[in-house]
Design a protein around this ligand. Structure first.
Ligand SMILES: [Zn+2]
Length: 280
């Protein structure tokens, strides 16, 4: 896919299953049930759409999925299909892990930074992308290294410490330009320093939303926030603030977890915001 001078490709790390109550938070079941069937364990499918960007001669990867270090028990827990993954997707595109210059993590939950590292021959985690800098918001890094009882199962040291030990970690302080066409913006709420990635080239715009709005309903309806949001009311206000811009500039929305669509445009029809899906 092209956006002006920028090349974009969605690379999937597979599909996993998440407890429906976890995903839909305070939204009543009668409202979300018609959208998608749950499985026998009351879970809904979740995409793991990572984004590969070629801009200004740089190869940039945004988020790295759940990765390949899960135990069999964890794979079963996530319902993860092990036959697909980020690196298989790279293979198909003819991209090697050492080609990646920059990895951006929207945040460090295990479904976004799990592929940051990979086991070496001796079963030790090492950075998956040996030549890349890993760009992480400083506050997100601090939160990840000091988890509480609610976040400790998703901020996993094996996804984090190897990138610091290898000297590949770069901590960001708020909005940061990556190239002339790509920048990170702070979209707080899911985590305190959650970031989304904006791509702008030749008047065309796209945004990789991350968990600001993992599914289309999360941006259409302000109150639809995930149970995993650290500060859900802040997430709601972030969405309120950004939606007019998304509509006016016809920004292409890239969804990380929506199993039904990877991309779409937001429209305001009367007083309702609606996403129109786009094939990518
Ligand atoms: Zn997520």
């Amino acid at each position: 896919m092209r956006l002006g001078n920028v090349e974009l490709a969605i690379v999937s790390d597979g599909r996993w299953w998440l407890d429906a109550g976890g995903h839909f938070g305070v939204v009543p079941r009668v409202l979300w049930e018609p959208l998608i069937p749950v499985d026998e364990r009351h879970r809904v499918p979740m995409a793991l759409n990572c984004l590969l960007i070629r801009s200004d001669g740089k190869t940039i990867l945004v988020d790295t999925g759940l990765g390949s270090k899960l135990t069999d028990k964890e794979r079963d827990w996530y319902g993860l299909d092990s036959t697909v993954g980020l690196l298989q997707g790279f293979d198909e595109l003819g991209v090697a892990p050492q080609d990646v210059d920059i990895v951006i993590n929207t945040h460090l939950h295990s479904d976004h930074g799990g592929g940051n590292t990979i086991f070496d021959g001796e079963g030790r985690p090492r950075p998956t992308f040996p030549k890349a800098e890993y760009w992480v918001q400083r506050l997100e890094w601090v939160d990840a290294l000091h988890p509480n009882e609610r976040t400790i199962r998703t901020y996993l040291p094996q996804n984090l410490l190897p990138i610091e030990e290898s000297g590949q970690l770069r901590l960001l302080n708020g909005e940061t330009r990556v190239t002339e066409e790509v920048r990170c913006i702070i979209t707080p709420g899911h985590t305190q320093a959650h970031q989304s990635v904006v791509i702008e080239s030749n008047e065309q715009k796209a945004i990789y939303l991350g968990d600001l709005a993992p599914w289309k309903e999360n941006i259409e309806k302000l109150a639809w926030t995930s149970a995993a949001d650290v500060t859900p009311l802040e997430n709601l206000e972030t969405k309120r603030a950004i939606r007019p811009w998304l509509v006016e500039e016809q920004v292409l929305l890239l969804f990380e977890h929506d199993p039904r669509m990877a991309a779409g445009y937001l429209h305001l029809r009367g007083d309702r915001y609606e996403v129109e899906p786009v094939e990518v």
